[in-house]
Write a protein that binds this ligand. Structure first.
Ligand code: GDP
Ligand code: CA
Length: 314
């Protein structure tokens, strides 16, 4: 069993590569749920949905989130009723939230609801939320403290992030299945997701960071920062405004003590020595995933890197 930690679009791409590279049922993905929100009375889990749609092969390839060829008739009608439409919800996507919310309201925990949705979509991997209890990321900015999706989607990440809080995190617990998977994992892979607001909340769930820290390895992270920039989204600006180095080194430093290896892009080969100085091995590889073949190719390199670390440790 391989366990991956993932946020949304960046994480889903490597998770998909791992899914394709591994035998069926050998992948467990623990997914960030601190981006989750309630809208129109529905519970929406953007990162879980992104990973789920991507592994099911139905994700919108243009955006990375949402469902391919979805229509927006329901959202358009909601707009006519004067309801907010800044959070883009397609018709098919909406059905996911209806089904999820119905089950949650029947008292089924998010972990079990997610397993039902994943099975219905024919995915032969395990997707686990980082916790069943809700956690909500809020970002501190000069414009005040903002709900995550208000910052991320409505305001297009225009505000400078001066702090991040994970509301409800102290009451959150990792699902038992997540702790079990981490304990039994042959390797743990931290996907190229935003280290602050995607991987950060997962590791902040009480008990989860310790489970990774205790693991004998190999534990490997893939940098979401390539040549000093995020490929999309605000990870680079967030690292900067929160006082971290905006580079693969800066990401590696955040994971120091939790990982045995760091995968950095060929464009960042010059950082390898410094990253090794943090007490971890470095693999330099092409890490930009433009198509499904790139995902599988990177996953194969990452798995081979894990194997190499495991053999050296013997
Ligand atoms: P979100 O929840 O949808 O914002 O997605 P994540 O947190 O999972 O991923 C966002 C991060 O993914 C950004 O920092 C991007 O730089 C990174 N990312 C996106 N695509 C790629 C890729 O192909 N390769 C690498 N290395 N990073 C990527
Ligand atoms: Ca996200």
């Amino acid at each position: 069993m391989i366990v991956a930690l993932a946020g949304g679009v960046g994480g889903a791409k490597l998770a998909d590569g791992l899914y394709r590279a591994l035998p069926a049922h050998q992948l467990t993905v623990i997914v960030n749920t601190a981006d989750d929100l309630d809208l129109f009375g529905l519970r929406i889990c953007p990162d879980l949905d992104t990973v789920m749609y991507t592994l099911a092969g139905i994700a919108n390839p243009l955006t990375g989130w949402g469902i391919r060829d979805d229509s927006f008739a329901a959202l358009e009608m909601l707009g006519r009723y004067g309801r907010p439409t800044w959070f883009r919800l397609g018709d098919r996507d909406l059905a996911t939230h209806v089904a999820r919310t119905e089950r949650l309201q029947a008292g089924v925990p998010l972990t079990a609801v997610t397993a039902e949705l994943v099975a219905a979509l024919g995915i032969r991997a395990t997707l686990l939320p980082m916790s069943d209890a809700p956690v909500a990321t809020r970002v501190q900015t000069p414009a005040g403290t903002l709900d995550f999706q208000d910052y991320f989607v409505r305001r297009h990440q225009a505000e400078t992030v001066t702090g991040v809080v994970f509301d409800g995190i102290e009451r959150a617990r990792p699902p038992a299945a997540a702790l079990r998977a981490l304990e039994e994992a042959e390797a743990i892979i931290i996907c190229p997701s935003n280290p602050i607001v995607s991987i950060g909340p997962i590791l902040a769930v009480p008990g989860l960071r310790d489970a990774v820290a205790r693991h004998p390895g190999p534990r490997v992270a893939v940098s979401p920062i390539v040549a000093g920039r995020a490929l999309r989204g605000p990870a680079d600006r967030m690292l900067e405004s929160l006082g971290h180095e905006v580079s693969a080194y800066g990401v590696a430093a955040l994971y120091q003590g939790l990982i045995d290896g760091m995968v950095i892009d060929e464009a960042d080969a010059a950082l390898a020595r410094r990253i090794e100085g943090l007490g971890m091995q470095v693999l330099v590889a092409p890490t930009v995933m433009n198509d499904p073949d790139d995902r599988t190719a990177l996953a194969v390199r990452v798995l081979a890197f894990c194997q190499q670390i495991r053999q050296e440790a013997r």
